[in-house]
Write a protein of this length. Structure first.
Length: 220
């Protein structure tokens, strides 16, 4: 998996706060509702839904000590601006420490019964007790998609081997506010909507798309 970030001069932050700001982009343009974009495959795309989970945040010090942040499960909805900023208000860190978290929901959380908050099944991100949580949803319309109303839908999940779609991000902390860019054009570089426009179950293709989505994320 990619490792993001640079090690800088060691500085300790007295204020126990880490802020993660998420910016969804397509070819460096902010993604907003009712806006059209064109992929490298020449597909015109308008997004109607994009939701995903960030869970299980941890800070690892340069000495190797790991601080797991309790109840750190977040459902991001790019069309709900209040979800695009995550404030970890009980975290102290020094430059050079690592912040890591899951893109998706771990197998443990998938197999330990019903959960509340961001993981409540009423949020529409849960298939069943057998298939588990949907780690991310990407929905929209495109003239290239020859489906009813030209819709495309990618509901990506699955926690069982060999198609576990969980991915983990790790990067070096060097300031209290970190900008995470979501570069959605990269997801569609190898996805031609005339061919692939509905992936709704765990499996090999879902696993491939989990990696593609993971690779759209960069730290600025």
């Amino acid at each position: 998996m990619p490792f993001l970030g640079l090690t800088l001069v060691l500085v300790s932050y007295a204020t126990p706060i880490v802020k993660l700001k998420i910016t969804p982009l397509f070819n460096n343009q902010s993604i907003t509702e009712n806006t059209w974009f064109v992929s490298s495959q020449k597909d015109s795309i308008q997004f109607t839904k994009l939701k995903f989970y960030f869970t299980d945040f941890q800070v690892k010090s340069i000495k190797g000590e790991i601080n797991t942040i309790d109840h750190s499960n977040y459902l991001i909805d790019i069309f709900q601006p209040e979800t695009l900023e995550i404030l970890l208000s009980t975290v102290s860190f020094s430059n050079g420490d690592e912040l890591s978290f899951n893109l998706g929901v771990s197998s443990d959380m998938n197999t330990t019964g019903a959960h509340s908050g961001a993981l409540d099944p009423s949020n529409g991100m849960f298939w069943s007790w057998q298939s588990g949580y949907i780690n991310f949803k990407i929905e929209g319309i495109s003239p290239s998609s020859k489906t009813r109303q030209n819709k495309f839908q990618f509901h990506i999940g699955g926690y069982q081997s060999p198609y576990n779609t969980l991915r983990r991000l790790t990067f070096i902390l060097n300031k209290q506010t970190t900008q995470l860019n979501l570069n959605l054009e990269e997801f569609f570089e190898r996805t031609k909507l005339a061919v692939d426009n509905q992936i709704m179950v765990p499996g090999e293709k879902a696993n491939e798309l989990a990696t593609e989505f993971f690779n759209t994320m960069t730290i600025n």
